[in-house]
Structures are given as structure tokens and as C-alpha cells.
Design a protein around this ligand. Structure first.
Ligand code: SF4
Length: 181
């Protein structure tokens, strides 16, 4: 099964607790005005990767405590996302943090999303609303909600450090983290 991916970086320190593998999926139709990642919206963009290949890339990285998945909208590819998070949780001790534009109340109405959530430690949920923009514990707007779905983390673990500029696997410079504008 394949997941359409916009980009990934092996190590990021600004997208959740500790050092994490960062994965940005491709495709979103939620149309938040002033979205800061419009290049991730097209469902034809990015590149398709076998879920098992992504999992092996994650396994090959030493010194990470988890994976952060963003986008694009992760829950619009529920089948491969479920396969990925299941592989991670059943075979490693890594934590999983997902940024989604959906609210938890929307996700619980979707059966596959509910299964995905059983493997997730932290969910940052809700549309981006520019008028409510903040830079606070991984939220980019004040309407977004943080859900601790396991006992692995608390609010103390989520204090946002800053933005970072890193080089991705294609050699491109990538700015990551929550921007203050
Ligand atoms: S959900 Fe995220 S990627 Fe999608 S439009 Fe909103 S901010 Fe952009």
C-alpha cells in the first residue's frame, strides 16, 4: 500500500518532543485561508512511497524518540496511514504525533480514523485560522486543540523550541516548525 508524501526529514527537533522523524503527507482539501503549506494541497503532487519503505526509513534513523506526521492532511489517506502507524507501534517504542486540520469530533465519526487514533500519542487538531494565529505548544492558531491520547507525554513535553532550517533528502533547504508572523 502506498502513501503520497510531500517530504520527509530524518531528524527534526521543532515538531514535537525530542528528536523526531518528520513526515509531511501530500494532499489536502480543507482550504484553510492563508495556509502556510499550499504546495501540499494537490493530490497529484509529491511522490508515492510504499508504506513499508517509509517504515524502513524510520527504522534506519538512530536517536529519534518518535515520528511527527503533518501535511497536507494525514487523515485523507487513512488506509496507508493506518498501516504506517500500526507498523510503528507494533514494532518499535517510538511515539507518534499527528498534526491534522480535522477536529477530533470530526475524526471520531470516521471508522478508519478511529483505528488510527488508537496508535497515536498526541494529536494537534483543527483548522488553521489566520486571525487566531499563535505560536504556542505546537499549535499555530488558538482554535486548535491538543489531545493526549496516551500517557507518554504531557504539556511540558510540547513546549515549542523554535523554527529550524534543515536539508531534506533531496538536498533542498526546508524551514520547519511553527512560524511567528
Ligand atoms: S488543514 Fe493544514 S494543509 Fe490543509 S489547508 Fe488547513 S492548514 Fe493547510
Amino acid at each position: 500500500m502506498k502513501l503520497r508524501i510531500h517530504n520527509f526529514i530524518e531528524k527534526t527537533s521543532v515538531n514535537g518532543p525530542g528528536i523526531r522523524f518528520g513526515l509531511w503527507v501530500q494532499g489536502c482539501n480543507l482550504k484553510c485561508p492563508y495556509c502556510f503549506n499550499p504546495q501540499t494541497h494537490s493530490f497529484d503532487g509529491g511522490k508515492l512511497y510504499e508504506v513499508e519503505d517509509i517504515f524502513n526509513k524510520i527504522l534506519a534513523v538512530n536517536g529519534i524518540e518518535g515520528i511527527s506526521i503533518s501535511g497536507g492532511e494525514p487523515f485523507l489517506q487513512p488506509k496507508p496511514l493506518l498501516e504506517l502507524v500500526r507498523l510503528i507501534k507494533e514494532n518499535t517504542n517510538l511515539t507518534i504525533l499527528i498534526f491534522t486540520g480535522f477536529y477530533l469530533s470530526e475524526l471520531v465519526k470516521r471508522s478508519l480514523a478511529n483505528k488510527i487514533l488508537t496508535f497515536v500519542d498526541v494529536l494537534i487538531a483543527g483548522r488553521y485560522i489566520k486571525e487566531k494565529q499563535i505560536n504556542d505548544y505546537l499549535r499555530s492558531s488558538d482554535n486548535q486543540q491538543i489531545h493526549f491520547l496516551s500517557d507518554r507525554y504531557t504539556m511540558q513535553n510540547l513546549k515549542q523550541k523554535s523554527t529550524e532550517i534543515i536539508i531534506d533528502e533531496k538536498g533542498n533547504l526546508v524551514m520547519s516548525g511553527i512560524l511567528k508572523i
